[in-house]
Design a protein around this ligand. Structure first.
Ligand code: PRX
Length: 695
C-alpha cells in the first residue's frame, strides 16, 4: 500500500490481537430505538437506494421528493430530488407544538461558579429568529450567501448556525482553536463578506481573548482578495467590555447591541431545495490548501437524523452529551443537526474536560443525569491518565457511549467500558469523516456485540469494500490491509469540494472508478484514504490515513499545510513533516528542517518555526519536536523521503536506503534524533484539551 516518498499513518499503526465479543447490556437492549433484527435486510443492496426513505421520512418536508437518488451526473449524486425543506424548521420549529418548554441545550460554562443556562426549544426559536433578522436585514444576506463563523463552544454558536440555515445561508464554521489566519483563508475561499466572532471565552480558568483573531482573519482574507464587510461579535458577557482589542468602526458590531433593534422579530424559514448546500466544513487533504466539504440540506439532514436515532440511540427523554467541539464535523452532525432534529436535550460544555480536575465530566454527568456520552479516544486517554478512579466517585449512569475520530486501543476501550461506563453502557466505535457527513461503520448498539478496537460492521445502507493498490478486492480474513472504500452513494456524502469539482472527482473517485462514462453508481467507489483490515466476522479495523494527513487527537492536519508554514520562516531551506506516535493524542506532527547555508542558530529557528505554525494554522498543529538536520534524505529525483524520517521518529526500521541520493544522511539523522534525544516542545500546564487539542 505504501507509496515511495509518502508517510502513511498505517505504516506506524499499532497492531493488536483480535478481541472477545462483549454483548450489549440487557437494560440497553430493552429500550433501544433499533431492535429490529431485519434492519440489515431492509437496508440491503436489493432495497438500495429506496431504503434511505426511512431516514428522510424522519424529517418534515415542505414538498416531498420524487426521486430518491439521481445518478445522472456521477459522482455528483443528488438525493431526494424535487423535495424542499428547511433545516432550521426541522431542528426547532417543528418541536414547539409538543416540546416548547423542553431543554434543547444546557450550557455548562467552564467555571463551576458561573451558573449553567438552560435554553428551551421556545427560547431557541426566539433567539434564532432574532439573529436571522440581523443577518437578513442588517447584513443583507440571502439564501446561497456564505458566512464564516469562528467561535468557541457557547450557545450563540448553534444559534448562529441555525439562523443561517433558516435563511438558506451557507455557514462555514471554523474551529475556534484555529488561528485568525486560518479562519481568514477559509473565509476568502468561501467568499464570505460577513464573519461572526465571540469576544472571548473561558479555557483552563482563563479568559481567552478571541476578537484579535477577527482582525487577523480580515487582514488575511484581504490579502486573498476577499473584503470582509462586517464582523459581528457576540459578547461572552453581553453589555460588558472584556476586550483589549478595539472594535473597528463601521466594520465590527456587537451582537447584543444589534439585537436590541430586532427584538421579537420573526423570520419565516426559507424552503430550500433538498440539494441546496447547508454548510461548508473545511478539512485537510493531500495538498496544502484546505478543502471546503460542501454538504447538502436534505440528504445530510436525513442521514444525521437517522444515524442519531439508530446509533446514538437518542430518545426525546434522554440527556445527551457529545464532548466534541461544534467547530468539527462531529459537532455539526451529532451536537447540532442530528440531535436537534430528534428534539433531544444536549449539554454544551465550554471548557476543557479536566478543568479544574479530572472529575469534571463526571460531575457534569451526575448533575444533569446525562445518559448518552460521546467523545474521542484522546479525551478518554487523557481523562484516564489524569484520574483513573474519578468516574466511580460520581453517581451517574450512562446507557450509551461513543468513541470517534481515531483508532482506540483495546486497553483504553476497556477502561472506558469498565470504569466510565461502569459496565452498564453499550459502546459504539463510529468510523467516518468530514466528507461523509455521518457514520460509515459502527455496531448497531442493541443488535451487534462490541469488539474493543474494531469499529464494527458497515452502517445500514453502506456497502464498504477493501481494495489493494491495483484495485483488487481483498476478501475478509485475508489479514492484509488495503484501502477501504464505499461502493455506493449515501445521503450524508458531501456534494463536492466548494468551487473545485475536479479536485472532488480526483481525490475521492478517480482512483477506483471503473468507467468514467458510466452513470451506474456501482462503477464509482468512494475512496476514503484510510487503511483497514477485515477479519472473517466483518468487523472493520481502521488503521489510519494512507495520505498526507496526520490525525492529531482525532483532528486532521495536512502535512503539506504544516510544511508550507515552515517554509515561510526565512532561514528554512527545506521542511518535512511526519507523524509520530503519542501516548495521549494518538499521533503528533514532528518537523524536520534543513537550513539555508550560513545559518547556525538552530534553536532560534526552531522557536520561529513553532510560532509560525501556531500563527498560521493554530496551536493544535504545534509539533511534538522540531529537528534541525544537515540535509533531508532524498531519492535521486530529489523527492524527500518522509517515510524514512517517520521510521526514525517512531524508532522503526528505515529499510533499504542504499538507492537514495544521500544514504549517509539517514544514519546521521538517526543518531541525532535517537541518540541525542529530540528537541521536545514544552507543553505548558494550561495545555489541556477538549478532544485533546492544544490551545
Ligand atoms: O482516519 C480516520 C479517522 O479520522 C479520519 C477523519 O477525520 P475527520 O474528517 O476529522 O472526521 C473526524 C470525525 C469523524 C478518518 O479518515 N477516524 C475517524 N473515526 C475513526 C477513525 N479512525 C479509527 N476509528 C474511528 N472510529
Amino acid at each position: 500500500m505504501a507509496t515511495v516518498g509518502r508517510t502513511q499513518t498505517t505504516d506506524i499503526a499499532v497492531h493488536w490481537k483480535e478481541e472477545e465479543y462483549i454483548h450489549p447490556p440487557a437494560g440497553f437492549v430493552g429500550q433501544a430505538n433499533l431492535v429490529d433484527p431485519v434492519a440489515d435486510e431492509r437496508f440491503s443492496e436489493k432495497h438500495f437506494p429506496e431504503c434511505f426513505r426511512e431516514y428522510a421520512d424522519m424529517l418534515s418536508w415542505d414538498r416531498y421528493w420524487h426521486t430518491t437518488l439521481d445518478t445522472s451526473t456521477p459522482p455528483f449524486w443528488k438525493w431526494f430530488s424535487g423535495g424542499t425543506l428547511n433545516a432550521c424548521y426541522n431542528c426547532v420549529d417543528r418541536h414547539l407544538d409538543r416540546h416548547k418548554n423542553k431543554a434543547a441545550f444546557i450550557f455548562v460554562p467552564e467555571s463551576e461558579t458561573e451558573p449553567t443556562y438552560t435554553l428551551t426549544y421556545q427560547e431557541l426559536f426566539t433567539r434564532v429568529n432574532e439573529v436571522a433578522a440581523v443577518l437578513r436585514d442588517f447584513c443583507g444576506l440571502h439564501a446561497g450567501d456564505r458566512v464564516t463563523i469562528h467561535m468557541p463552544m457557547i450557545l450563540e454558536l448553534p444559534i448562529t448556525m441555525l439562523a443561517c440555515a433558516r435563511l438558506g445561508i451557507i455557514h462555514s464554521v471554523v474551529f475556534g482553536g484555529f488561528s485568525g489566519e486560518a479562519a481568514g483563508l477559509r473565509a476568502a475561499d468561501s467568499e464570505s463578506r460577513v464573519m461572526i466572532y465571540a469576544d472571548g471565552y473561558y479555557r483552563n480558568g482563563k479568559l481567552v481573548e478571541h476578537k484579535a483573531s477577527a482582525d487577523l482573519a480580515v487582514e488575511c482574507a484581504g490579502h486573498e482578495g476577499q473584503k470582509i464587510e462586517k464582523v459581528l461579535v457576540w459578547r461572552r458577557h453581553p453589555g460588558q467590555e472584556l476586550l483589549t482589542t478595539p472594535m473597528v468602526q463601521g466594520r465590527d458590531y456587537y451582537m447584543d447591541e444589534l439585537l436590541k433593534g430586532y427584538k421579537r422579530a420573526k423570520v419565516a424559514p426559507v424552503s430550500m431545495d433538498a440539494e441546496a448546500p447547508l454548510f461548508l466544513m473545511y478539512t485537510s487533504g493531500t495538498t496544502g490548501k484546505p478543502k471546503g466539504c460542501q454538504h447538502r440540506t436534505g440528504g445530510y439532514l436525513a442521514y444525521v437524523t437517522g444515524t442519531s436515532k439508530y446509533y446514538q440511540d437518542i430518545h426525546p427523554e434522554d440527556v445527551y452529551w457529545c464532548m466534541a467541539d461544534i467547530g468539527w464535523i462531529t459537532g455539526h452532525s451529532y451536537i447540532v443537526y442530528g440531535p436537534l432534529a430528534l428534539g433531544a436535550t444536549s449539554i454544551i460544555y465550554e471548557g476543557v474536560p479536566n478543568y479544574p480536575d479530572a472529575g469534571r465530566p463526571w460531575r457534569i454527568a451526575e448533575r444533569f443525569d446525562v445518559n448518552i456520552f460521546h467523545t474521542s479516544p484522546t479525551a478518554i486517554r487523557m481523562l484516564r491518565k489524569a484520574g483513573p478512579n474519578e468516574p466511580v466517585k460520581y453517581d451517574y449512569h450512562f446507557k450509551h457511549m461513543t468513541t470517534v475520530g481515531e483508532p482506540i486501543e483495546p486497553e483504553t476501550w476497556r477502561w472506558y467500558y469498565d470504569v466510565v461506563g461502569k459496565r452498564e453502557a453499550v459502546i459504539v466505535d463510529t468510523w467516518w469523516q468530514t466528507e461523509t457527513g455521518g457514520f460509515l461503520c459502527t455496531t448497531k448498539p442493541a443488535l451487534d456485540p462490541m469488539k474493543a478496537g474494531s469499529t464494527g460492521p458497515a452502517a445500514l445502507g453502506i456497502y464498504p469494500v477493501i481494495y489493494d493498490e491495483a484495485g483488487k478486492e481483498l476478501p475478509p480474513g485475508l489479514e492484509r490491509a488495503g484501502n477501504i472504500c464505499i461502493r455506493n452513494p449515501w445521503p450524508g456524502i458531501m456534494q463536492t469540494i466548494w468551487k473545485d469539482n475536479d479536485r472532488f472527482v480526483r481525490q475521492y473517485y478517480q482512483k477506483y472508478c471503473k468507467d468514467p462514462k458510466s452513470t451506474d453508481w456501482r462503477d464509482w467507489p468512494y475512496f476514503a484514504a484510510d487503511g483497514a483490515v477485515l477479519p472473517p466476522d466483518g468487523y472493520y479495523r481502521i488503521l489510519g490515513r494512507v495520505d498526507d494527513v496526520i490525525n492529531v487527537a482525532g483532528h486532521r492536519l495536512g502535512t503539506k499545510e504544516i510544511e508550507s508554514a515552515c517554509l515561510t520562516v526565512p532561514h528554512v531551506a527545506e521542511a518535512a513533516v511526519v507523524p509520530v506516535v503519542d501516548e495521549i493524542k494518538g499521533r503528533m506532527p514532528v518537523i524536520y528542517v534543513a537550513l539555508k547555508p550560513g545559518v547556525s542558530d538552530g534553536r532560534q529557528v526552531t522557536d520561529q518555526i513553532v510560532t509560525t505554525v501556531e500563527t498560521m494554522i493554530g496551536k493544535i498543529a504545534r509539533p511534538k519536536a522540531v529537528h534541525v538536520v544537515p540535509d533531508l534524505p532524498k531519492t535521486r529525483s530529489g523527492k524527500i523521503m518522509r517515510r524514512i524520517l517517520a521510521a526514525i521518529s517512531n524508532t522503526m526500521d528505515t529499510g533499504d536506503v542504499t538507492t537514495l541520493a544521500n544514504p549517509e544522511i539517514v544514519e546521521q539523522i538517526r543518531q541525532q534524533v535517537q541518540g541525542e534525544g529530540p528537541v521536545v516542545m514544552q507543553e505548558g500546564p494550561e495545555d489541556v484539551k477538549r478532544f485533546g487539542e492544544q490551545e
